[in-house]
Ligand binder design. Structure first.
Ligand SMILES: Nc1ncnc2c1ncn2[C@@H]1O[C@H](COP(=O)(O)OP(=O)(O)OP(=O)(O)O)[C@@H](O)[C@H]1O
Ligand SMILES: O=P(O)(O)OC[C@H]1O[C@H](OP(=O)(O)OP(=O)(O)O)[C@H](O)[C@@H]1O
Ligand SMILES: [Mg+2]
Length: 285
């Protein structure tokens, strides 16, 4: 039987969340991070632990069928590789930053200057889109130090909280792109492997949907059910169960985890009582 090969980052920002999402899909991996390969015991899956920056090439070559990788690296190294699912973690930006004292007005101010980065193609393409060129200094890490040691006038690197920029006396002046972990697929997969990919993608989508949702239950006077129903964005229709106390019902629904505080205030105002909000394990549509 064919086995799906998936690449995940060996160590670094993506590693833990990548393993967690496979676990949440019910896949047991015989782990051990020092191994480069691991088999799943209950899914036709082999996990290869690789450097994030090497993953795009493995996808292009078809050495792996699938990968969890930072989208920014696909932009840098493999634009034609298909992303089949955004995964919602390792969210960051790829940004241009300059020393705080630099009097920056527009991207034109950087024309012809030295830019340190680990992402030369992204930088080239960005500046070229404004008809500008810069002198790129490619370095593989600690990019933020470059202006302080006189290696560059500006940098292009990953920004998340901004604290690395702050510590190095730099300021973000342009956002080139936004990135997150994604599920990407090799162009060389066979139809048999594609079936396994579809199964895994379906499971991942159920996990992600559940992560983004909450189950909500509340007691509602019967005459208020219609009003409450208008507040709740429901999948099909509201679940309404009669309570022992006459004239009251238990109303159940699923709501977006980011909006539930707003929704709860509206529900209370509309007469809902005893509101419970619970996590959802999986959500299969
Ligand atoms: N501070 C951060 N916050 C959120 N996401 C980040 C952050 N830094 C990096 N990322 C994302 O995680 C990915 C992996 O970053 P990480 O620093 O772990 O590895 P890397 O240096 O790109 O690669 P390698 O595995 O080859 O050493 C990046 O490509 C980016 O998409
Ligand atoms: O805006 P912040 O929240 O400070 O995050 C940005 C920093 O995080 C990443 O480095 P990482 O910590 O992964 O170290 P690395 O350079 O060894 O990859 C990135 O390269 C930035 O330096
Ligand atoms: Mg890093």
């Amino acid at each position: 039987m064919s086995t799906l090969k998936i690449a995940i980052q060996k160590s670094g920002r993506l590693n833990e969340d990548s393993i967690q999402i496979l676990k949440d899909c019910g896949i047991s991996i015989n782990n051990g991070n020092d191994q480069l390969k691991a088999e799943a015991s209950n899914f036709p899956l082999e996990v290869l632990y690789l450097r994030n920056s090497d993953i795009p090439q493995y996808l292009i070559d078809g050495v792996v069928d699938l990968a969890i990788v930072g989208d920014n690296l696909l932009v840098e190294k493999a634009k034609h590789i298909e992303v089949i699912q955004k995964l919602g973690f390792s969210k960051c930006k790829v940004s241009v930053a300059v020393p705080k004292a630099f009097e920056y007005n527009s991207i034109k101010d950087l024309a012809g200057l030295r830019v340190a980065t680990s992402y030369p193609n992204t930088v080239n393409e960005y500046f070229n889109s404004f008809g500008l060129t810069v002198d790129i200094h490619q370095i593989s890490g600690s990019v933020e130090i470059a202006p302080n040691i006189g290696l560059a006038d500006a940098i292009v690197d990953i920004v998340s909280s901004g604290s690395t920029l702050f510590k190095n006396n730099l300021k973000e002046v342009e956002v080139i792109l936004k990135s997150e972990a994604v599920l990407a697929v090799s162009p060389k997969v066979s139809p048999e492997i594609q079936k396994h990919i579809d199964t895994l993608k379906f499971r991942i989508q159920s996990v992600l949907r559940a992560r983004n949702s909450k189950y909500i239950l509340m007691n509602v006077p019967n005459e208020k059910i219609e009003e409450i129903g208008k507040i709740l964005p429901v999948l099909r229709s509201l679940t309404v169960l009669p309570l022992a106390q006459e004239g009251w019902s238990s109303v159940h629904s699923v709501i977006d985890k980011d909006t539930f505080w707003d929704v709860i205030d509206k529900l209370k105002d509309a007469g809902a009582e005893g509101i419970l909000v619970c996590p959802i394990e999986k959500m299969v549509l």
